[in-house]
Design a binder for this molecule. Structure first.
Ligand code: PLP
Length: 479
């Protein structure tokens, strides 16, 4: 049956009504309210195959009323999502997002501007340049700096390393990288975005040289030795990637020393600050990032420590021309010659074609909360993680793997100390699974030094020190 065209428009127009929008907003507000209840479940007890039958149905041929759709969301979707706003969700580096930015999302979607081109997003494009400039200023970058929003840290690091490839191998875009690709150095704890970029850029993952860690940060003596040895062999270096807020432990590389070494060897320094660059908002923590202003590029995710909803990432470069030459792409139907004026189109600087105006929520969050709020927020999240570490230090049944430098903490349940390492690996692995299925709290796990450890990330302002204690008690009770 064909739907008459009058009906198409009537259906769309009916859904433009604020009452329809309010039904969705009310559901989100209901979720914000319900997750305040500490007795509610943090996540689902179901496995994927337990959940799949609920949605195992043919594609609907005819639409339903909005009320029916809302009812399905309420009953079938919300209960078994991960409830990141629950105070005892202390899992991955995904935030309990700031409400003003959440509400902004429907307006961003309604406007549907693509910041790839000024003519498709007049205000969005200009705002993106404004917001990028604010972040460049925070990083201490000069007037020549610029950047673009990305879908996250992975795209930001890829883009930065593509720009580095353009600087080291100007012909690579057209001619490929050839048989003698440059080396890419990073800490052994670097995010997989780095080796993934090596694969994507055609230098190959075997060209990645991991530098060993000391206290979970890049060992700068080992970096110095590696740079010297590569120089004496005459090997080209694509870049050194330092990490600010490593994924496993939230540790921060010594950017002062690393930037000096990179300057001395004339090597591109990329800082993966996806997690930790937001420390620049904090009066108490920004000193840890000294040297970041000497980087050639930075990846920075507002969707992490600024608690914005996915997705909002940034890549910044110290010299705008580096980014302009990274993608040597021409599309005359889309990108216009800037004729000596500044180029406002962001599409020439991005992996993407259509480019969602995620800048709107970053801008709205800064308008609503202000930069000082983000500094205080960063401090608070780190304080809760530190308090949790202090609790662990005062107990016998847990051992902390490190004192947290940010809001990420790794630890291990050791019980009464009578079990060997292999048995503890097995116990900690099972412990995480069982504790998460209980619905009481939600944590992650990782491997450090070959041992299985438990890991928490504090990304939710509702998580109090008492919640941190409850999580530890809950894990111990499960054990
Ligand atoms: C240090 C670091 N870099 C990069 C990423 C990837 O960021 P995204 O998921 O935004 O691509 C992460 C994510 O956990 C990270 O911790």
């Amino acid at each position: 049956m064909t739907v008459p065209s009058d009906d198409i428009l009537a259906t769309i127009e009916a859904d433009c009504d604020a009452a329809v929008g309010r039904a969705f907003v009310a559901l989100a507000a209901e979720y914000f309210a319900q997750t305040r209840n500490r007795d509610s479940r943090v996540s689902t007890p179901h496995t994927p195959s337990g959940l799949a039958p609920r949605f195992d149905e043919p594609m609907p041929r005819e639409g339903r009323s909005i009320d029916d759709v809302i009812a399905r969301l309420r009953h079938d979707v919300l209960p078994d999502c991960n409830h990141l706003f629950h105070p005892r969700y202390v899992g991955h580096q995904v935030s309990a997002p700031l409400p003003a930015a959440v509400w902004m999302e429907s307006l961003t979607a309604a406007l549907n501007q693509s910041t790839a081109v000024f003519e498709m997003s007049p205000v969005g494009t200009v705002l993106e340049h404004r917001v990028v400039r604010w972040f460049c200023d925070l990083a201490g970058f000069p007037e020549t700096a610029s950047g673009t929003l990305t879908t996250g840290g992975t795209e930001a690091t890829f883009t930065a390393l593509l720009a580095a490839r353009g600087a080291v191998m100007p012909d690579a875009w057209a001619g490929g990288v050839g048989g003698n690709p440059p080396v890419l150095l990073c800490g052994e704890h670097a995010h997989y975005a780095v080796s993934r970029a090596a694969g994507e850029l055609g230098i190959g993952t075997r060209s990645v040289l991991p530098i060993r860690s000391r206290n979970f940060t890049m060992d700068t003596d080992a970096l110095r030795a590696a740079l010297q040895s590569l120089a004496s062999e005459g090997r080209r270096i694509l870049a050194v990637v330092a990490t600010v807020g490593s994924t496993a432990t939230g540790s921060i590389d010594d950017l002062e020393t690393i930037s000096q070494l990179c300057d001395a060897h004339n090597v591109w320094l990329h800082v993966d600050g996806a997690h930790g660059a937001s420390a620049l908002f904090s009066k108490r923590h920004k000193h840890r990032l000294r040297g970041i202003e000497r980087a050639r590029s930075i990846a920075w995710d507002p969707h992490k420590m600024m608690l914005l909803p996915l997705q909002a990432g940034l890549v910044l470069v110290r010299d705008e021309r580096d980014l302009d030459s990274a993608f040597a792409q021409r599309a005359p139907y889309l990108f216009h010659d800037s004729q000596g004026e500044r180029a406002w189109d962001q599409g020439t600087r991005s992996f993407l074609c259509s480019h969602r105006a995620d800048v709107f929520k970053v801008w709205v969050a800064l308008q609503r909360y202000g930069a000082d709020f983000f500094g205080a927020l960063y401090d608070h999240l780190c304080d809760v993680a530190h308090a949790m570490w202090e609790m662990i230090e005062s107990r016998d049944d847990f051992v902390a793997l490190h004192e947290p430098e940010s809001n990420i903490l790794c630890f291990r349940y050791v019980g009464d100390g009578s079990m060997n390492d292999e048995a503890l690996d097995q116990l900690n692995r099972e412990l995480r699974e069982r504790y998460n299925v209980s619905g009481e709290g939600w944590i992650t796990a990782t491997s450090l030094g070959g041992r299985r450890v438990l890991r928490v990330t504090i990304m939710n302002p509702r998580t109090t020190i008492d919640d941190a204690r409850a999580v530890l008690d809950g894990i111990a009770a499960t054990a």
